[in-house]
Design a protein. Structure first.
Length: 140
């Protein structure tokens, strides 16, 4: 009688592929982060972030590296999770990545009719630099 080998679940295969291919993992996490912007895809995006974290040693290891509570990380990266920016940044840093910004539309950024200062008295140097560049017409 032949012994039937156990099937590998889709999830296990996905984690193994992400672990083996860094470029695939980067693109996968980019897509996960983009999905967080759409309320209909947010749950899938959170689960994809969780899968990406599992590929980098598991959620317990990522939680320890990110100095987060493991149970809190499981909840934050669940389909109904609502991770804070601090949590997202910590997880991305723990897996060797960082958050970046890009235009929402292809073909350039739609310029606002008027720039307004953010609320608060203390402006960051980055904001001052962006505002100065915008006024000079040298904004990227």
């Amino acid at each position: 009688m032949k012994k039937i080998s156990a099937a590998v679940s889709h999830h296990e295969r996905e984690v193994a592929e992400l672990r083996a291919d860094r470029e695939l993992a980067v693109e996968y996490l980019k897509a996960a982060m983009a999905a967080l912007d759409d309320p209909e895809d947010r749950a899938a995006g959170l689960l994809a972030l969780r899968t990406g974290a599992e590929a980098y040693g598991g959620l317990a290891a990522v939680a320890a590296e990110a100095e987060l509570n493991r149970e809190s990380l499981y909840r934050a990266l669940s389909p109904k999770g609502n991770p804070t920016l601090k949590t997202l940044l910590a997880v991305l840093k723990a897996v060797g990545m960082r958050l970046s910004v890009e235009p929402a539309r292809k073909g350039g950024v739609r310029r606002a009719a008027r720039w307004e200062r953010p609320p608060g008295r203390n402006e960051s140097r980055a904001w001052k630099g962006a505002l100065t560049a915008h006024r000079r017409g040298t904004a990227r």
